[in-house]
Design a protein around this ligand. Structure first.
Ligand SMILES: [Zn+2]
Length: 369
């Protein structure tokens, strides 16, 4: 599914949550709050409530994304998963002000949705029409309010953490320092959730709600740490061009080489997994271990590199003047290990994720990060 060019990815964990929401609505929440319906009606209400909750989370994420796009940030995809959603952006906001608006858009949308469903709720309540629809609307008011409030907790990576970071960033003019502070708050909050979850489990013996908090805590903890590292990495690599880190002496392979030879004389010998392919001095494509694996072993002697390679038109390439951070982001988001560097159609080098990470490690070691 695509909305304004943004790909909407639904994680499998969402289906578990979707069913859990329907179940807890149909068997718990609705029979308790709204007594005069049948079991089938409860399940139907649960389904409608879960669907609208899903739409609410999606709208929250879309709000972030639309504001980000307006600021000139490319949003590739939104992944909806067990605890909500995450928008995958190709770059970070340029200033605290930009980030402030992007972060605020989500909780503001959730608040607006809470008011919207609140309006419906009171209208139905006052007119006495569709009591079961009123119960669903009432649930969505609570859910959207919770979504807004939970996200406003000022720990990274929650929206509240981003808002606080934007303010500190603006004040200190130091993004890394601001990120460090809000990551620590985020970590602290995550630890609190984990401890609270364990206590809840020990005291009430309620496994579900305890585990729930522990999971959310672990997830937040991991993201808080990861986001901080990402910022440090970006800072260490700021201004580094691909030209400075690429490997220039590239081992290339002729397109008529057999797959068998490719495996023994290139992959085993040089221990690289990807090689540029040449035909009479012309760079025509790339061949990788993955493509070798797609050919059964008995055919290795009969197939040639040209049969399995990816032609140059389909190979994502870098320019020597490209930014190292952006190159790394591209490799990570499209899950590729290395990319060829081209200048005027000629291959002039190759850059791997490992090269970039090594540079980062060396820079950190020297205290230059
Ligand atoms: Zn949000």
């Amino acid at each position: 599914m695509r909305i304004r060019g943004i790909q909407i990815i639904i994680d499998y964990s969402w289906f578990i949550i979707f069913f859990l929401v329907i179940y807890s609505m149909a068997e718990g929440y609705f029979p308790e709050t709204h007594q005069q319906s049948t079991t089938i009606q409860y399940w139907l209400m649960g389904f409608v409530a879960a669907t609208l909750l899903f739409a609410s989370v999606l709208l929250h994420e879309l709000a972030h994304s639309f504001v980000a796009i307006k600021q000139g940030i490319l949003v590739n995809s939104i992944r909806l998963f067990i605890f909500g959603g995450v928008a995958q952006v190709s770059s970070e906001p340029k200033s605290g002000r930009n980030e402030f608006l992007i972060a605020l858009a989500g909780p503001a949308t959730s608040m607006a949705l809470a008011f919207f469903f609140g309006g419906i709720y009171f209208f139905l309540l006052l007119t006495g029409m569709f009591p079961s629809a009123a119960a669903v609307a009432g649930y969505l008011v609570t859910a959207n309010l919770m979504l807004a409030l939970f996200n406003m907790i000022p720990g990274f990576p929650l929206d509240g953490g981003r808002i606080l970071r934007a303010i500190l960033w603006d004040r200190w003019n130091d993004m890394a320092r601001a990120t460090k502070v809000v990551s620590q708050i985020g970590n602290g909050f995550a630890l609190f959730l984990i401890i609270f979850g364990v206590l809840q489990f020990l005291i009430t013996q309620s496994l579900i709600s305890g585990l729930w908090l522990i999971f959310i805590g672990l997830f937040l903890k991991q993201s808080a740490t990861g986001s901080y590292q990402a910022v440090v990495l970006r800072q260490a690599l700021a201004g580094v061009q691909i030209r400075q880190i690429m490997t220039e002496n590239v081992v290339t392979v002729d397109w008529l080489t057999s797959v068998d030879e490719l495996v023994h004389d290139y992959i085993y010998k040089h221990q690289f997994t990807t090689f540029p392919v040449f035909n009479l001095g012309e760079f025509i494509g790339m061949v990788s271990l993955e493509e070798v694996k797609s050919v059964s072993k008995e055919l290795w002697g009969f197939k040639q590199v040209r049969d399995i390679m990816t032609p140059i038109e389909s190979v994502p390439c870098l320019k020597p003047t490209d930014d190292a951070t952006e190159a790394l982001a591209r490799m990570v988001s499209s899950d590729i290990g290395c990319m060829p560097v081209r200048e005027e159609g000629r291959l002039i080098g190759i850059v791997s994720r490992r090269d970039i990470m090594n540079l980062f490690r060396i820079k950190s070691d020297l205290g230059a990060a």
